[in-house]
Ligand binder design. Structure first.
Ligand code: NAD
Ligand code: IPM
Ligand code: MN
Length: 342
Protein backbone atom coordinates (compact mmCIF):
# COMPACT_ATOMS: atom_id res chain seq x y z
CA UNK A 1 0.00 0.00 0.00
CA UNK A 2 1.68 3.25 -1.05
CA UNK A 3 1.76 6.01 1.53
CA UNK A 4 -0.47 9.07 1.10
CA UNK A 5 2.69 10.98 0.29
CA UNK A 6 3.18 9.32 -3.08
CA UNK A 7 -0.42 9.08 -4.24
CA UNK A 8 -1.93 11.65 -6.56
CA UNK A 9 -5.65 11.72 -7.30
CA UNK A 10 -6.15 12.20 -11.01
CA UNK A 11 -9.34 14.01 -12.11
CA UNK A 12 -9.42 14.19 -15.91
CA UNK A 13 -12.52 16.42 -16.10
CA UNK A 14 -14.64 17.29 -19.12
CA UNK A 15 -14.19 18.55 -22.70
CA UNK A 16 -10.47 18.93 -23.43
CA UNK A 17 -9.82 17.81 -19.83
CA UNK A 18 -9.17 14.13 -20.63
CA UNK A 19 -7.10 15.15 -23.69
CA UNK A 20 -4.67 17.36 -21.76
CA UNK A 21 -4.76 15.12 -18.66
CA UNK A 22 -3.57 12.17 -20.74
CA UNK A 23 -0.38 14.09 -21.55
CA UNK A 24 0.15 14.80 -17.85
CA UNK A 25 -0.23 11.10 -17.13
CA UNK A 26 2.39 10.17 -19.75
CA UNK A 27 4.77 12.80 -18.40
CA UNK A 28 4.38 11.67 -14.78
CA UNK A 29 4.87 8.02 -15.77
CA UNK A 30 8.12 8.98 -17.52
CA UNK A 31 9.38 11.39 -14.86
CA UNK A 32 8.25 9.91 -11.50
CA UNK A 33 7.05 6.34 -12.21
CA UNK A 34 6.96 5.60 -8.47
CA UNK A 35 4.08 8.07 -7.96
CA UNK A 36 0.72 6.30 -8.04
CA UNK A 37 -2.11 7.97 -9.97
CA UNK A 38 -5.60 7.20 -8.72
CA UNK A 39 -8.36 8.02 -11.23
CA UNK A 40 -11.55 9.52 -9.80
CA UNK A 41 -14.55 11.34 -11.18
CA UNK A 42 -15.55 14.99 -10.99
CA UNK A 43 -17.76 17.33 -12.99
CA UNK A 44 -19.89 16.27 -15.94
CA UNK A 45 -18.28 12.83 -16.11
CA UNK A 46 -19.21 12.27 -12.44
CA UNK A 47 -22.80 13.48 -12.97
CA UNK A 48 -23.23 11.03 -15.84
CA UNK A 49 -21.83 8.12 -13.81
CA UNK A 50 -23.25 8.87 -10.34
CA UNK A 51 -25.69 11.77 -10.58
CA UNK A 52 -23.34 13.92 -8.46
CA UNK A 53 -20.65 16.40 -9.60
CA UNK A 54 -18.41 15.44 -6.65
CA UNK A 55 -19.03 11.88 -5.40
CA UNK A 56 -17.97 11.13 -1.79
CA UNK A 57 -15.37 8.60 -3.02
CA UNK A 58 -13.64 11.42 -4.85
CA UNK A 59 -13.53 13.65 -1.77
CA UNK A 60 -12.27 10.78 0.41
CA UNK A 61 -9.57 9.86 -2.11
CA UNK A 62 -8.46 13.50 -2.42
CA UNK A 63 -8.30 13.94 1.36
CA UNK A 64 -6.10 10.84 1.65
CA UNK A 65 -3.75 11.77 -1.21
CA UNK A 66 -0.63 13.90 -1.34
CA UNK A 67 -2.12 16.11 -4.05
CA UNK A 68 -4.85 16.38 -6.67
CA UNK A 69 -4.18 16.85 -10.39
CA UNK A 70 -7.27 18.10 -12.15
CA UNK A 71 -8.39 18.83 -15.68
CA UNK A 72 -11.09 21.45 -16.32
CA UNK A 73 -14.77 20.66 -15.75
CA UNK A 74 -17.82 22.02 -17.55
CA UNK A 75 -20.09 20.77 -20.29
CA UNK A 76 -22.68 22.67 -22.34
CA UNK A 77 -25.01 19.70 -21.78
CA UNK A 78 -25.46 20.76 -18.15
CA UNK A 79 -25.53 24.54 -18.67
CA UNK A 80 -29.18 24.94 -17.70
CA UNK A 81 -29.34 21.95 -15.35
CA UNK A 82 -29.94 22.04 -11.60
CA UNK A 83 -26.85 19.88 -10.98
CA UNK A 84 -23.82 21.30 -12.79
CA UNK A 85 -20.18 20.21 -13.19
CA UNK A 86 -18.77 23.46 -11.75
CA UNK A 87 -20.54 22.77 -8.43
CA UNK A 88 -18.24 19.78 -8.03
CA UNK A 89 -15.17 21.95 -8.45
CA UNK A 90 -16.32 24.55 -5.92
CA UNK A 91 -17.24 21.80 -3.45
CA UNK A 92 -13.80 20.21 -3.85
CA UNK A 93 -12.01 23.52 -3.24
CA UNK A 94 -14.11 24.01 -0.10
CA UNK A 95 -13.69 20.40 1.09
CA UNK A 96 -9.89 20.67 0.90
CA UNK A 97 -9.94 24.28 2.16
CA UNK A 98 -7.71 25.15 -0.80
CA UNK A 99 -7.97 28.86 -0.11
CA UNK A 100 -4.79 30.19 -1.74
CA UNK A 101 -4.94 29.92 -5.52
CA UNK A 102 -1.56 30.71 -7.06
CA UNK A 103 -1.77 31.72 -10.72
CA UNK A 104 1.65 32.59 -12.15
CA UNK A 105 1.86 34.43 -15.48
CA UNK A 106 5.30 34.61 -17.03
CA UNK A 107 6.49 35.71 -20.46
CA UNK A 108 9.56 37.76 -21.35
CA UNK A 109 9.80 40.68 -18.92
CA UNK A 110 6.45 39.83 -17.34
CA UNK A 111 6.68 37.71 -14.21
CA UNK A 112 3.68 38.01 -11.93
CA UNK A 113 1.92 35.79 -9.46
CA UNK A 114 -1.77 36.28 -8.81
CA UNK A 115 -2.83 35.00 -5.40
CA UNK A 116 -6.58 34.55 -5.63
CA UNK A 117 -8.70 33.85 -2.54
CA UNK A 118 -10.56 30.70 -3.56
CA UNK A 119 -13.11 29.62 -0.97
CA UNK A 120 -14.96 32.83 -0.08
CA UNK A 121 -16.65 35.87 -1.55
CA UNK A 122 -19.47 35.83 -4.08
CA UNK A 123 -18.90 32.17 -4.94
CA UNK A 124 -19.74 31.01 -1.43
CA UNK A 125 -22.01 33.69 0.06
CA UNK A 126 -25.76 33.49 0.49
CA UNK A 127 -27.66 33.31 -2.78
CA UNK A 128 -31.25 32.76 -3.80
CA UNK A 129 -34.46 34.27 -5.05
CA UNK A 130 -36.66 36.65 -3.06
CA UNK A 131 -40.46 36.50 -3.06
CA UNK A 132 -40.62 39.40 -5.53
CA UNK A 133 -38.42 37.49 -8.00
CA UNK A 134 -35.17 39.32 -7.26
CA UNK A 135 -32.18 37.01 -7.64
CA UNK A 136 -29.14 37.60 -5.40
CA UNK A 137 -25.56 36.46 -4.77
CA UNK A 138 -23.77 37.85 -1.72
CA UNK A 139 -20.11 38.73 -1.33
CA UNK A 140 -19.09 37.75 2.18
CA UNK A 141 -15.69 37.62 3.88
CA UNK A 142 -14.71 36.87 7.45
CA UNK A 143 -11.58 38.76 8.56
CA UNK A 144 -9.75 35.46 9.19
CA UNK A 145 -10.41 34.37 5.59
CA UNK A 146 -8.83 37.57 4.34
CA UNK A 147 -5.91 37.51 6.74
CA UNK A 148 -4.71 34.00 5.89
CA UNK A 149 -4.58 34.56 2.15
CA UNK A 150 -3.06 38.02 2.52
CA UNK A 151 -0.31 36.68 4.82
CA UNK A 152 0.37 33.91 2.32
CA UNK A 153 0.74 36.49 -0.45
CA UNK A 154 3.17 38.53 1.68
CA UNK A 155 5.29 35.42 2.33
CA UNK A 156 5.32 34.60 -1.39
CA UNK A 157 6.34 38.19 -2.19
CA UNK A 158 9.24 37.88 0.27
CA UNK A 159 10.61 35.04 -1.86
CA UNK A 160 10.23 37.08 -5.08
CA UNK A 161 10.73 40.77 -5.91
CA UNK A 162 9.13 41.88 -2.62
CA UNK A 163 6.31 43.92 -4.08
CA UNK A 164 2.66 43.22 -3.27
CA UNK A 165 -0.29 44.74 -5.13
CA UNK A 166 -3.59 44.30 -3.33
CA UNK A 167 -6.54 44.60 -5.71
CA UNK A 168 -9.94 45.60 -4.39
CA UNK A 169 -12.96 47.86 -4.93
CA UNK A 170 -12.65 49.74 -1.64
CA UNK A 171 -14.30 52.83 -3.12
CA UNK A 172 -17.58 50.89 -3.23
CA UNK A 173 -17.60 47.57 -1.35
CA UNK A 174 -17.57 46.83 2.41
CA UNK A 175 -15.71 43.56 1.83
CA UNK A 176 -13.04 45.47 -0.07
CA UNK A 177 -12.66 47.98 2.78
CA UNK A 178 -12.17 45.02 5.14
CA UNK A 179 -9.64 43.57 2.69
CA UNK A 180 -7.66 46.81 2.49
CA UNK A 181 -7.68 47.31 6.28
CA UNK A 182 -6.31 43.82 6.86
CA UNK A 183 -3.57 44.25 4.25
CA UNK A 184 -2.50 47.44 6.02
CA UNK A 185 -2.68 45.80 9.46
CA UNK A 186 -0.47 42.84 8.59
CA UNK A 187 1.96 44.77 6.36
CA UNK A 188 4.28 45.77 9.25
CA UNK A 189 5.00 42.04 9.81
CA UNK A 190 6.62 41.99 6.35
CA UNK A 191 8.75 45.16 6.41
CA UNK A 192 10.81 44.05 3.40
CA UNK A 193 7.70 44.00 1.15
CA UNK A 194 6.38 47.19 -0.43
CA UNK A 195 2.58 47.35 -0.63
CA UNK A 196 0.31 49.10 -3.05
CA UNK A 197 -3.49 49.15 -3.28
CA UNK A 198 -5.06 49.28 -6.74
CA UNK A 199 -8.76 49.40 -7.56
CA UNK A 200 -9.81 46.45 -9.69
CA UNK A 201 -10.90 48.40 -12.76
CA UNK A 202 -7.58 50.21 -12.87
CA UNK A 203 -5.78 46.91 -12.16
CA UNK A 204 -7.34 45.41 -15.28
CA UNK A 205 -6.20 48.37 -17.35
CA UNK A 206 -2.66 48.21 -15.89
CA UNK A 207 -2.51 44.47 -16.49
CA UNK A 208 -3.35 44.92 -20.14
CA UNK A 209 -1.03 47.87 -20.75
CA UNK A 210 1.90 47.55 -18.33
CA UNK A 211 2.02 44.02 -16.90
CA UNK A 212 5.80 44.17 -16.21
CA UNK A 213 5.14 46.36 -13.14
CA UNK A 214 3.53 43.53 -11.17
CA UNK A 215 5.19 41.04 -8.85
CA UNK A 216 2.59 39.47 -6.53
CA UNK A 217 -1.07 40.47 -6.73
CA UNK A 218 -3.52 39.41 -4.04
CA UNK A 219 -7.25 39.66 -4.47
CA UNK A 220 -10.63 38.19 -3.66
CA UNK A 221 -12.18 35.25 -5.47
CA UNK A 222 -14.17 36.85 -8.31
CA UNK A 223 -11.66 39.60 -9.12
CA UNK A 224 -8.94 36.93 -9.19
CA UNK A 225 -10.94 34.77 -11.57
CA UNK A 226 -11.28 37.59 -14.07
CA UNK A 227 -7.79 39.07 -13.71
CA UNK A 228 -6.12 35.67 -14.07
CA UNK A 229 -7.66 35.06 -17.51
CA UNK A 230 -6.44 38.54 -18.47
CA UNK A 231 -2.96 37.81 -17.10
CA UNK A 232 -2.95 34.58 -19.12
CA UNK A 233 -3.94 36.50 -22.24
CA UNK A 234 -1.01 38.92 -21.93
CA UNK A 235 1.49 36.10 -21.34
CA UNK A 236 0.75 33.74 -24.22
CA UNK A 237 -2.84 32.69 -23.70
CA UNK A 238 -4.94 30.28 -21.68
CA UNK A 239 -3.16 27.30 -23.19
CA UNK A 240 -0.13 28.13 -21.05
CA UNK A 241 -1.55 29.23 -17.69
CA UNK A 242 -1.29 26.87 -14.68
CA UNK A 243 -2.53 27.10 -11.11
CA UNK A 244 -1.98 25.65 -7.66
CA UNK A 245 -4.68 25.84 -4.99
CA UNK A 246 -3.13 25.39 -1.57
CA UNK A 247 -4.49 24.85 1.93
CA UNK A 248 -2.58 24.86 5.22
CA UNK A 249 -0.91 21.47 5.19
CA UNK A 250 -3.58 19.42 3.37
CA UNK A 251 -3.47 18.24 -0.24
CA UNK A 252 -3.47 20.96 -2.87
CA UNK A 253 -5.38 21.02 -6.16
CA UNK A 254 -3.32 21.58 -9.30
CA UNK A 255 -5.24 22.55 -12.44
CA UNK A 256 -5.01 24.78 -15.49
CA UNK A 257 -6.61 28.23 -15.40
CA UNK A 258 -8.53 27.43 -18.59
CA UNK A 259 -11.82 25.61 -18.90
CA UNK A 260 -13.06 22.59 -20.82
CA UNK A 261 -13.02 24.49 -24.14
CA UNK A 262 -16.12 22.88 -25.71
CA UNK A 263 -15.34 24.75 -28.96
CA UNK A 264 -12.26 22.59 -29.61
CA UNK A 265 -12.95 19.48 -27.49
CA UNK A 266 -12.60 16.10 -29.18
CA UNK A 267 -10.27 17.33 -31.92
CA UNK A 268 -6.95 16.57 -30.24
CA UNK A 269 -5.65 20.10 -30.74
CA UNK A 270 -5.82 21.58 -27.22
CA UNK A 271 -2.56 22.88 -25.82
CA UNK A 272 -1.61 20.69 -22.85
CA UNK A 273 1.09 23.13 -21.62
CA UNK A 274 -1.15 24.68 -18.92
CA UNK A 275 -1.97 21.21 -17.60
CA UNK A 276 1.71 20.22 -17.74
CA UNK A 277 2.80 23.41 -15.99
CA UNK A 278 0.18 22.63 -13.33
CA UNK A 279 1.82 19.22 -13.06
CA UNK A 280 5.15 20.96 -12.46
CA UNK A 281 3.52 23.01 -9.69
CA UNK A 282 2.20 19.73 -8.24
CA UNK A 283 5.70 18.24 -8.25
CA UNK A 284 7.05 21.31 -6.48
CA UNK A 285 4.32 22.23 -3.99
CA UNK A 286 2.38 18.95 -3.72
CA UNK A 287 5.12 16.33 -3.70
CA UNK A 288 8.10 18.42 -2.59
CA UNK A 289 10.18 17.54 -5.66
CA UNK A 290 11.64 20.82 -6.91
CA UNK A 291 14.23 19.11 -9.15
CA UNK A 292 11.60 17.09 -11.02
CA UNK A 293 9.48 20.26 -11.28
CA UNK A 294 12.39 22.19 -12.78
CA UNK A 295 13.14 19.34 -15.20
CA UNK A 296 9.53 19.33 -16.38
CA UNK A 297 9.42 23.13 -16.66
CA UNK A 298 12.54 23.08 -18.87
CA UNK A 299 11.10 20.29 -21.02
CA UNK A 300 7.89 22.31 -21.56
CA UNK A 301 9.99 25.30 -22.64
CA UNK A 302 11.81 23.11 -25.17
CA UNK A 303 8.52 21.76 -26.56
CA UNK A 304 7.00 25.25 -26.79
CA UNK A 305 9.81 26.21 -29.16
CA UNK A 306 10.10 22.93 -31.09
CA UNK A 307 6.47 21.77 -31.24
CA UNK A 308 3.97 24.64 -30.77
CA UNK A 309 0.25 23.90 -30.84
CA UNK A 310 -2.33 25.78 -32.95
CA UNK A 311 -3.20 28.36 -30.29
CA UNK A 312 0.47 29.42 -30.42
CA UNK A 313 0.54 29.63 -34.21
CA UNK A 314 1.96 26.13 -34.69
CA UNK A 315 0.51 22.91 -36.03
CA UNK A 316 1.25 20.34 -33.30
CA UNK A 317 -1.51 18.21 -31.86
CA UNK A 318 -2.04 17.70 -28.14
CA UNK A 319 -0.34 14.31 -28.33
CA UNK A 320 2.60 15.61 -30.38
CA UNK A 321 3.24 18.35 -27.83
CA UNK A 322 3.06 15.84 -24.97
CA UNK A 323 5.48 13.51 -26.76
CA UNK A 324 7.90 16.40 -27.32
CA UNK A 325 7.84 17.12 -23.58
CA UNK A 326 8.50 13.48 -22.73
CA UNK A 327 11.40 13.45 -25.23
CA UNK A 328 12.87 16.60 -23.72
CA UNK A 329 12.73 15.06 -20.23
CA UNK A 330 15.31 12.44 -21.14
CA UNK A 331 18.67 13.58 -19.81
CA UNK A 332 21.18 13.88 -22.64
CA UNK A 333 24.00 11.41 -21.97
CA UNK A 334 27.19 13.37 -21.40
CA UNK A 335 30.66 11.88 -21.61
CA UNK A 336 33.13 13.28 -19.14
CA UNK A 337 36.50 14.10 -20.65
CA UNK A 338 36.09 15.19 -24.24
CA UNK A 339 33.19 17.61 -23.74
CA UNK A 340 31.12 15.96 -26.46
CA UNK A 341 27.69 14.49 -26.16
CA UNK A 342 27.49 10.71 -26.37
P1 NAD B 1 -12.39 28.12 -21.70
O1 NAD B 1 -11.20 28.48 -20.89
O2 NAD B 1 -12.78 26.69 -21.70
O3 NAD B 1 -12.15 28.55 -23.22
C1 NAD B 1 -11.92 29.91 -23.61
C2 NAD B 1 -11.22 29.93 -24.99
O4 NAD B 1 -9.86 29.50 -24.81
C3 NAD B 1 -11.84 28.97 -25.98
O5 NAD B 1 -11.78 29.55 -27.27
C4 NAD B 1 -10.94 27.76 -25.91
O6 NAD B 1 -10.89 26.99 -27.10
C5 NAD B 1 -9.59 28.37 -25.60
N1 NAD B 1 -8.74 27.44 -24.81
C6 NAD B 1 -8.89 27.14 -23.50
N2 NAD B 1 -7.98 26.25 -23.12
C7 NAD B 1 -7.24 25.96 -24.21
C8 NAD B 1 -6.14 25.08 -24.46
N3 NAD B 1 -5.61 24.33 -23.48
N4 NAD B 1 -5.62 25.03 -25.69
C9 NAD B 1 -6.13 25.77 -26.69
N5 NAD B 1 -7.16 26.64 -26.53
C10 NAD B 1 -7.72 26.71 -25.30
O7 NAD B 1 -13.56 29.04 -21.19
P2 NAD B 1 -15.16 28.96 -21.48
O8 NAD B 1 -15.39 28.56 -22.89
O9 NAD B 1 -15.70 30.20 -20.98
O10 NAD B 1 -15.66 27.80 -20.52
C11 NAD B 1 -15.94 26.47 -20.96
C12 NAD B 1 -16.31 25.62 -19.76
O11 NAD B 1 -15.19 25.45 -18.90
C13 NAD B 1 -17.43 26.21 -18.89
O12 NAD B 1 -18.30 25.15 -18.56
C14 NAD B 1 -16.70 26.71 -17.65
O13 NAD B 1 -17.51 26.66 -16.50
C15 NAD B 1 -15.58 25.71 -17.55
N6 NAD B 1 -14.38 26.17 -16.82
C16 NAD B 1 -13.79 25.29 -15.97
C17 NAD B 1 -12.63 25.61 -15.31
C18 NAD B 1 -12.02 24.65 -14.33
O14 NAD B 1 -12.46 23.51 -14.24
N7 NAD B 1 -11.02 25.04 -13.56
C19 NAD B 1 -12.00 26.85 -15.57
C20 NAD B 1 -12.62 27.73 -16.47
C21 NAD B 1 -13.81 27.38 -17.09
C1 IPM C 1 -11.54 28.90 -12.76
C2 IPM C 1 -12.94 28.67 -13.28
C3 IPM C 1 -13.87 28.36 -12.12
C4 IPM C 1 -13.88 29.57 -11.22
C5 IPM C 1 -15.31 27.96 -12.50
C6 IPM C 1 -15.33 26.84 -13.49
C7 IPM C 1 -16.09 27.59 -11.29
O1 IPM C 1 -13.37 29.75 -14.03
O2 IPM C 1 -10.98 28.01 -12.10
O3 IPM C 1 -10.98 29.98 -13.02
O4 IPM C 1 -14.59 30.54 -11.50
O5 IPM C 1 -13.18 29.55 -10.21
MN1 MN D 1 -11.79 31.24 -14.44
Amino acid sequence: MPTGKERVVFLAGDGIGPEVAEQARLVLEALVPEVELEDRLIGGAAIRATGKPLPEETVDACNAAAAVLKGPVGDPEFEAAEVRPEQGLLALRAALDAYANLRPAVLGDVDMLIVRELVGGLYFGASGVRDDGTVFDTCEYHPRQVERVVRRAFRLAQKRRKHLTSVDKANVLETSRLWRRIVNEVAPDYPDVTVEHVLVDNAAMQLATNPEQFDVLVTENMFGDILSDLAAAVTGGLGLAPSASLSDGGPGIFEPVHGSAPDIAGRGIANPAAMLRSTALLLEHGLGRPEAAAQLTRAIEVALVSTPTQDLGGTATTAEFGAAVVDALAPTPYRVGDGSRA
